[in-house]
Ligand binder design. Structure first.
Ligand SMILES: [Zn+2]
Length: 309
């Protein structure tokens, strides 16, 4: 059993304003923890640069052009109150897209059992025609569509345990019966979407909102009682994880108060579903996680589970 780890130096070159939680140190923290001996068996590769054709699988052509056009030569350009581009942003984003696609290709080809793409910025708030919440292109969604178009995968599930609702992924797949989107997230909290009644046009969206201070037991119950049964019924041929670690109790942006081990637990549960319906195929892409210590603990638990340890 092998796990592929895709990273790229360009992730460090997307610069955000001082004090911004989504910062290059997040990637340095992940590199540090995955440099420990227990992760020696990871197969480490560079994330290739994605293509505009891949981005077009989920995003509007005019939006892609506009984003490319406003990409700055120096300084920082603000797209909204908390989403901004620096000269290194475009390549960082495209390495995230290319990483998610390459991970999907490798796992479907059977080269590795599963993969983790540790790039930034995150993607799940980016809608088909707008950036939002630190995100530009939705790499998890692009990987799902790529698996369908290039490899003929019929049903893909995107499972998102980031503490924020993935409004972008939900919007992209709202009317698509071939993709199931499942999310646990804190409500009320940014971006404000993700109520239980938001179910998509084909009951293909499963939202399990949690309240502040809900903690590990309610998080696990949301998976056991709602998400895992629906996921099993959908019978995905590939599971993509939007792996955000900002539900950790140390994280400054939220207060669901999970422990590192909860991320290992949920990863194993999703791998069980993948074993039953998807030949074990799991591709995980990094989303949020803003406390460096919390991020290290959570990523360690997640990747340990992926490696089957
Ligand atoms: Zn988040």
């Amino acid at each position: 059993m092998t796990t592929l780890l895709l990273t790229h130096r360009a992730s460090l070159d997307h610069l955000t304003p001082p004090g911004h939680p989504e910062r290059p140190d997040r990637i340095r923290a992940i590199e540090e923890v995955l440099g420990n001996g227990q992760f020696g068996a990871l197969v480490r590769e560079q994330a290739p640069e994605g293509s505009l054709d891949q981005v077009t699988l989920c995003h509007d052509g005019h939006y892609i052009e506009e984003l490319h056009h406003i990409s700055p030569k120096d300084g920082i350009v603000y797209l909204d109150g908390d989403t901004s581009m620096s000269p290194g942003t475009w390549e960082a984003v495209m390495r995230g897209v290319g990483g998610a696609v390459a991970a999907t290709d490798a796992v479907i080809a059977g080269k590795h059992n599963n993969a983790f793409v540790a790039t930034r910025p995150p993607g799940h708030h980016a809608e088909s025609n707008r950036p939002m919440g630190f995100c530009f292109f939705d790499h998890a969604a692009i990987a799902a569509r790529h698996a369908q178009r290039k490899h003929g995968i019929a049903r893909v599930a995107v499972v998102d345990f980031d503490v924020h609702h993935g409004n972008g992924t939900q919007e992209i797949f709202w009317a698509d019966p071939t993709v199931m989107y499942c999310s646990t997230h804190q409500m009320p909290l940014f971006p404000g979407t993700g109520a239980t009644r938001e179910r998509g046009e084909h009951d293909n969206i499963v939202n399990a909102p949690l309240a502040s201070e809900d903690g590990s037991a309610k998080f696990r119950a949301a998976f056991e009682n709602l998400i895992l049964p629906q996921l099993t019924k959908f019978s995905p041929e590939l599971i993509i994880i939007s792996a955000g670690f900002d539900a950790h109790h140390r994280d400054p942006l939220a207060s669901i108060n999970l422990r590192g081990e909860d991320f290992g637990w949920v990863t194993r549960k999703l791998m069980d579903v993948a074993d039953a319906t998807a030949g074990g195929r799991v591709v995980s892409v990094l989303e949020g996680g803003y406390d460096l210590q919390g991020l290290k603990e959570s990523v360690a638990a997640h990747v340990t589970a992926l490696m089957g340890a």
